[in-house]
Design a protein around this ligand. Structure first.
Ligand code: 3EB
Length: 308
């Protein structure tokens, strides 16, 4: 891992991310975030968000933020012990983000990442991911009444009490994109929980020059497919990604500029997933992460970016 300080010192740096316990804890700069997910690539590269504009940054209660050129990064970390569990943590985190965002000019949330400990613990409606969905909806209130952003919700294996959420917002609106192969998440039937997850399958950036792709798995219609078969799930996921690119009028396939993350549930599947991605997406930078998908039967999920 390179030194985050030099990346933070570059002009136009909106945010810098490190991955896993090996990343520095460095807490002085609100633009630095250590994500609680481990990467299978050692050392994991840093992720760098840069804009062509001067940056201001700060903290507002528990929210840390940076902004420049009409773009905004905001992040919040909540300790579940302070909120009585994941539902309260999600409610508080989203209420804080909503309150912070509503006072900003960069109010259009385009993309959100949620990293949750023990995401599949608990049965039925008591599963922690479903409690997270309940709390998120309450905390958000009507903030996404105009439409949901693209999102990722993945289970991490770090601090068991830590909820991490970060987002990218803009002064200008993006265009949400749905996948014709999939039921929109906010229309999922009751069997997936009391509160349907609020996210769009992808978001076209305001200048229409990039597509932010939500966590995408082997979901067809509303059903999980290929239970127990990581290779078939990965192939289905790639088919879903292709369908999204087509719907968004993006060029087909991914290229060397498209940065993707593949979240793999079982460490024992990582090599196999890597080999398949090398073959199916040659030359595409994919960061392989150890993470749990929010439905326990799903073994792999991919998110990332496609630039036109
Ligand atoms: C799915 O297709 C997989 O709750 O914000 C993917 C992306 C998923 C985002 C979220 C959930 C979320 O339903 C799960």
């Amino acid at each position: 891992m390179a030194d985050p300080h030099s990346a933070l010192a570059e002009p136009g740096t909106l945010a810098v991310f490190g991955f896993g316990a090996g990343a520095p804890a460095h807490d002085e700069d609100p633009r630095w975030l250590r994500v609680a997910l481990e990467s299978f690539d050692a050392p994991a590269p840093m992720e760098l968000w840069q804009v062509d504009a001067p940056i201001s940054c700060g903290r507002h209660d528990a929210v840390r933020w940076s902004a420049g050129g009409g773009w905004l990064f905001a992040a919040i970390e909540v300790d579940e012990r302070d909120t009585g569990g994941i539902e309260g943590a999600a409610r508080q985190a989203y209420a804080s983000l909503r309150q912070f965002m509503s006072a900003r000019s960069e109010r259009c949330v385009l993309r959100i990442w949620n990293y949750i400990a023990n995401i599949n613990a608990g049965d039925g409606d008591a599963e922690r991911y479903k409690q997270f969905c309940d709390g998120r909806a309450v905390g958000l209130d009507d903030f996404f009444a105009q439409g949901f952003p693209a999102a990722t919700a993945i289970g991490h294996h770090g601090d068991a009490h830590l909820l991490q959420i970060y987002l990218l917002a803009s002064a200008d609106t993006g265009t949400a994109v749905e996948n014709p192969r999939q039921v929109s998440a906010w229309r999922y039937p009751r069997q997936y929980g009391r509160t349907s997850p609020g996210f769009a399958r992808a978001m076209l950036m305001p200048a229409q020059d990039a597509l932010a792709i939500s966590g995408t798995a082997a979901v067809v219609g509303h059903a999980s497919t290929h239970e127990g078969d990581v290779e078939a799930q990965l192939n289905e996921t790639l088919t879903n990604l292709e369908a999204l690119l087509t719907t968004a009028d993006m060029p087909a396939g991914f290229d060397t500029h498209s940065s993707l993350k593949a979240y793999v549930r079982h460490a024992t599947d990582a090599t196999r997933v890597w080999e398949i991605l090398q073959r199916r997406l040659p030359g595409v930078p994919v960061l392989l992460m150890h993470g749990d998908v929010c439905r326990s039967e799903l073994l792999v999920e991919i998110d990332g970016w496609r630039f036109s």
